[in-house]
Design a protein around this ligand. Structure first.
Ligand SMILES: Nc1nc(=O)c2c([nH]1)NC[C@@H]1CN(c3ccc(C(=O)N[C@@H](CCC(=O)O)C(=O)O)cc3)C=[N+]21
Ligand SMILES: [Mg+2]
Length: 344
């Protein structure tokens, strides 16, 4: 912004300085050419930390109201069945978080535990039972599964209308075609964080780091697609980086991004020098690292939080960022599945 000198009486200049101070605008006076000075928004302030916990709480309230409305209309409570194979500690934490959230929201739930040695046939049989059980509104099988089980076969065995993870091949097909469907919970969480914070996506540069079929790929699908389609998209210009992207190219694409979504599963992958001033940084990574010294296990994302916080406009923490909202979206999908079952 350039302001002609004739408009700049000392009083007006002082007022302008005060205004700029209050609104965090940065002014520079062009000494060589005294006819103008320039004005820009300062971004060298620490980023606003987007609390996933707070956003999840807001979504929980909406889900609770929606469940109570269903029940008041004389319907059964929605029911979520979660199948857990083996005893991976992280998976156990996620399943517990899901059943706990369900009970908090008035959704009934069951955790069906099977040993790591369960056969694929036994697992498919259990899924078939749940598919045919009219009391079950939503069904998910916690991933990853042991090596002897084909995850694709398992995901495709779940009835598409009960598939609250959105991992059935038909539901993925609908997602890719911008049709209404159960959106996978983590991508849905990233979308909700962006939308509920009021961050513009139309025409913006988005970098998705990571191309996993359950996270990176569907996030890119949501953000690049058309806002006027059946399942509205973000209308952004989306770039996908992955393990074959050279380090310097990753930094190059990252510096162009208005929104960076880190979903690679690599601690400290995104550093401050790679991030544009004021960018939105969403950290989807969940890495358990052994702390040097104490030997304790610490949960970190893919972003160097302390460094990037000094440069970004918005940043999500780990823990307390995308994770809690992911859980909330599984609950939302369960209520959607229960409502859809009424319509049929
Ligand atoms: N069929 C299936 N559906 C899933 O939705 C699914 C899955 N398999 N496999 C693993 C990933 C990962 N995921 C998370 C859920 C909650 C947190 C979460 O609650 N995170 C907490 C911390 C929890 C902790 O201490 O580990 C937080 O970020 O604050 C994280 C990750 C769902 N996934
Ligand atoms: Mg990954």
């Amino acid at each position: 912004m350039a302001i002609p000198a004739t408009y700049c009486s000392p009083l007006k200049i002082r007022g302008l300085f005060q205004f700029c101070y209050r609104t965090k605008l940065q002014m520079t006076w062009n000494i060589a050419d005294r006819r103008e000075f320039s004005c820009s928004v300062a971004t060298s302030y620490p980023a606003a930390v987007l609390s996933g916990t707070a956003i999840a709480r807001q979504i929980h309230k909406e889900i609770q109201a929606s469940v109570e409305q269903l029940v008041a209309q004389g319907n059964r409570r929605p029911h979520l069945a979660v199948i857990l194979v083996g005893d991976d500690p992280a998976s156990r934490v996620y399943v517990r978080n899901k059943t706990r959230a369900a009970s908090l929201l008035g959704i009934s739930s069951s955790a069906l535990l099977r040993p790591a040695g369960v056969s694929q046939a036994e697992l498919l049989d259990l899924i078939d039972q749940m598919n045919r059980d009219w009391r079950v509104s939503g069904l998910l099988v916690q991933l990853p599964l042991p090596g002897h089980i084909n995850e694709r076969a398992v995901c495709n065995a779940i009835a598409p209308e009960k598939d609250v993870d959105g991992f059935h091949i038909v539901n993925i097909g609908k997602l890719v075609l911008d049709q209404r469907t159960m959106v996978p919970a983590t991508p849905a969480a990233v979308w909700e964080i962006i939308k509920r914070t009021g961050i513009e996506t139309v025409g913006k540069n988005v970098l998705v780091v990571g191309r996993s079929k359950n996270v990176g790929m569907p996030i890119a699908m949501l953000l690049h697609s058309d806002r006027n389609h059946e399942r509205p998209g973000g209308d952004a210009t989306v770039t996908i980086a992955h393990r074959c992207t050279p380090r310097d190219q990753l930094a190059h694409h990252c510096r162009l991004a208005d929104i960076v979504i880190a979903a690679a599963g690599v601690p400290q992958l995104i550093t401050a020098d790679m991030v544009k001033e004021g960018a939105v940084v969403i950290d989807v990574g969940i890495n358990r690292i052994h702390e040097t010294g104490s030997g304790r296990i610490r949960l970190v994302g893919d972003v160097d939080f302390e460094g990037v916080q000094q440069k970004a406009g918005f940043i999500t923490p780990v823990p307390g960022g995308v994770g809690p909202v992911t859980i909330a979206m599984v609950m939302k999908n369960t209520v959607t599945a229960a409502r859809n079952a009424l319509a049929h």
